[in-house]
Design a binder for this molecule. Structure first.
Ligand code: ADP
Ligand code: MG
Length: 700
């Protein structure tokens, strides 16, 4: 029977009811799933070696020849069953041994031609070599070998199915499928030289080096390892296209909505001028102009404001809020931590002082009565502006007329949270802000449904942060330096890497660290904040630090985002190797905000590897957040998958946002063209990859 992508697994030759159950529970349901289950690597078993030429023990060898003897015996301890054989290729003969696979004695017979691939070990006799537990395949006149004598795909186990069995399964699925018509034929971009679907599927599973009969070059193996062969790129393109179509669909949906109407009157302009505590940078002006123009459209704004740490996103948010408030709508600002929400609340209360609008604060640690009061005011519309944490997302929070949702440090939230906030209004405008510079390719995929504004310019008066990598031996000098800084009016952060903020043990660990810090800094007032510090205490500590009463603030990464104390000039990071580069960059961004010369000490722990050290060196050498992000992204590669999952995007089997960035650009272009010409759903219907991007499947 001829298979289709949608055929059930039991339609594949060799898959019975039991096999189907095993594969189903491993997540495979159809022929499509089998074909998109890609090998995780390839082994070169293409070149048989002449037995006479094999002299090196402990190497891998491929041999092709005739079996001259097969016997089974039990080892002396009776538990181990051994099959021994001898293979001859005309140049010589080689002994083979398999353990505990007695069925081989009845599968393999004298006189058969076989392929073998395995490790060469010194023979038991002490003379020459033997092949130990090799992979084997019986040569077949009718068909190409799949396990040996070629570049062999290596699959992960699926339940009780070995990688070898999966290989057979894939080969039979391809065979049953026969010729495949490429539904994207004619749509593939010419300049990427992608192959048609059928060729791509057989090419990723059973690669043939380009040029018949020519051995594969190193370059070809590099391409395979990097999933960059034309076959891999064809499949990657399709997955990226699936993503691009989802994003276009979201954009289209938004354009059909009616947004809260905002009018920019002379009065609004006036109060904006009164609010401004400083001259805006050109980048800030540009971003505000873009936002204001969005706010006057008929459909809701959805804009990402990207700007490195300290580039001044808060004022952009405040002015955007003002425009919306002045038109009679409500504004909500969502922040990832209570610390940051509190800080925004006090900054915005100050900024909006000269206007009619007073922000409210809504965070989990407020007293129940106060929370109720804020919620009531939001529901009846008497509160205009609210700043808060996840507490804003609770069902109990209802807005009378939400006009603008602002999300700060967007990367800390998932798409579900973004959605939850938006759904508190009819079709509110959305402004998301992030200080984590995102590589273009990632931005296109994670935030591809948004428009971008970039703050690529720092406010004046910034001093570059000098960054140094140090180890334990530098502690005494570091303490001395810090005492000097504090005596001279400076302040410092001292950060500890604790993974579980909520963990009691971690909280204790901070206390232990803090005791050591206090001991090394006699006469300096040392404060502490971490995830388990009660809100009131945390607020008091932060206020004391902001007022300059605390010299050194010990903290976990709660201070990573948004915290703004311009007088702080030193950042010490313990076990810096445990952080991602982007995170270190964020932490470093807490200093260098004022006039003082600023420093960052990255303390590398004793277990810091050579590679980790190199990453830290990159950070020390550059302040360019985008470069750091690209590098972080390149190094952490697989992290991208979690990122996508968190965003409710289709997951990739082949595609890599980094390795396939050209394919991503091309896919985005195709999706945009398709959307513009009303062909979006037609293209979506032509996709063969799994992942549920068929028409109307909601994603995020
Ligand atoms: P981020 O982009 O990291 O959120 P903030 O909005 O917290 O940055 O701004 C960082 C600091 O720079 C704040 O102290 C803010 O008052 C100040 N700032 C922002 N814009 C300007 C400007 N145009 N001129 C001077 N200072 C500015
Ligand atoms: Mg900020």
């Amino acid at each position: 029977m001829k298979l289709t992508f949608a055929s059930p697994l039991s339609a594949i030759r060799g898959v019975g009811a039991a096999g189907e159950r095993v594969l189903n529970s491993a997540g495979l349901a159809t022929v499509r799933d089998v074909l998109w289950n890609l090998p995780h690597r390839y082994e070169d078993r293409s070149e048989p070696q002449r037995i006479a030429s094999l002299t090196q023990p402990d190497t891998m060898a491929t041999v092709g020849g005739r079996l001259v003897q097969v016997i089974e015996r039990r080892a002396r301890n009776r538990r181990l069953r051994i099959v021994e054989a001898m293979v001859d290729d005309g140049s010589g003969s080689l002994p083979i041994v398999w353990f505990n696979q007695p069925y081989l004695a009845s599968t393999l017979h004298e006189g058969m031609r076989v392929w073998l691939y395995g490790a060469l070990k010194p023979a038991r006799s002490g003379w020459g070599l033997q092949l130990v537990a090799p992979e084997w395949e019986i040569e077949d006149e009718e068909s190409e070998p799949i396990h040996l004598g070629r570049i062999v795909p290596m699959y992960r186990r699926l339940g009780s199915w070995s990688g070898r069995r999966v290989r057979t399964l894939v080969s039979r699925a391809l065979e049953g499928l026969g010729q495949v018509v490429d539904p994207l034929a004619g749509m593939l971009p010419d300049d990427l030289r992608l192959v048609p679907l059928g060729e791509a599927l057989s090419g990723v599973h059973f690669p043939q080096p380009p040029g018949a009969g020519v051995p594969a070059t190193d370059a070809f193996f590099d391409q395979l390892a990097q999933r960059r062969t034309p076959a891999h790129r064809r499949l990657a393109f399709e997955e990226l296209l699936a993503l691009a179509l989802v994003l276009e669909r979201e954009r289209g949906r938004r354009h059909s909505q009616r947004a809260p109407i905002c009018n920019i009157t002379e009065e609004v302009r006036d109060s904006a001028r009164r609010v401004l505590p400083f001259r805006l940078t050109e980048a800030q002006k540009r971003a505000i102009a873009e936002i204001v123009s969005d706010l006057q459209r008929t459909y809701p704004m959805a804009r990402l404001l990207q700007g490195d740490v300290g580039s001044g996103k808060t004022i952009v948010a405040a002015l955007s809020a003002l425009v919306v408030l002045a038109s009679g709508h409500q504004v909500a600002l969502l922040a990832p931590t209570e610390l940051l929400a509190q800080q925004h609340y006090s900054t915005l209360t100050g900024l909006l002082g000269p206007t009619l609008f007073r922000p409210e604060l809504l965070i989990g640690s407020l007293a129940a009565a106060e929370k109720r009061r804020v919620r009531d005011c939001l529901a009846d519309g008497s509160a205009h502006f609210v700043v808060g944490t996840h507490a804003l997302l609770e069902d109990a929070v209802v807005f009378g007329r939400l006009g603008l949702a602002i999300i700060d440090e967007q990367h800390r939230f998932g798409v579900a949270q973004r959605q939850a906030l938006i759904e508190k209004g009819e079709a509110p405008h959305l402004l998301v802000m992030t200080a984590t510079p995102i590589p273009r390719s990632l931005a296109l995929s994670l935030y591809g449904d948004l428009d971008f504004s970039v703050l690529d310019e720092m406010p004046p008066g910034r001093t570059p942060v000098r960054t140094a990598i140090r180890d334990d031996s530098a502690r005494p000098k570091l303490a001395e330096f810090l005492r000097g800084e504090v005596a001279g009016g400076g302040q410092a952060y001292w950060v500890f890497p604790l993974i579980e903020e909520s963990d009691k043990i971690s909280a204790r660990a901070v206390e232990t660290h803090v005791r050591a810090v206090r001991q090394s800094l006699p006469g300096v007032r040392v404060g502490v904040v971490h995830g388990r510090t009660p809100a009131a205490e945390r607020e008091a500590t932060m206020a004391a630090f902001a007022a300059g009463e605390i010299g050194v603030l010990c903290a976990t990464t709660v201070i990573e985002v948004g915290v703004d104390v311009p007088n702080a000039s030193v950042m010490v990071i313990e076990n810096a190797e445990r952080f991602g580069l982007a995170q270190l960059h964020q932490l470093r961004g807490r200093v260098g905000r004022g006039r003082r010369r600023s420093f960052c000490a990255l303390l590398a722990g004793p277990e810091c590897s050579h590679e980790a050290k190199e990453r830290l060196e990159l950070l020390a050498a550059t302040a360019d957040g985008f470069r750091i992000a690209e590098e972080d992204f390149r190094l952490r590669g697989p992290g991208e998958f979690t990122g996508l999952r968190q965003w409710g995007r289709p997951e990739f089997h082949v595609a890599s946002l980094w390795l396939h960035r050209r394919e991503l650009e091309a896919a985005r272009a195709l999706a945009a063209t398709a959307a513009a010409s009303g062909q979006l759903e037609a293209v979506a219907a032509a996709l063969s990859c799994p992942g549920g991007v068929g028409p109307g499947v909601p994603v995020g």
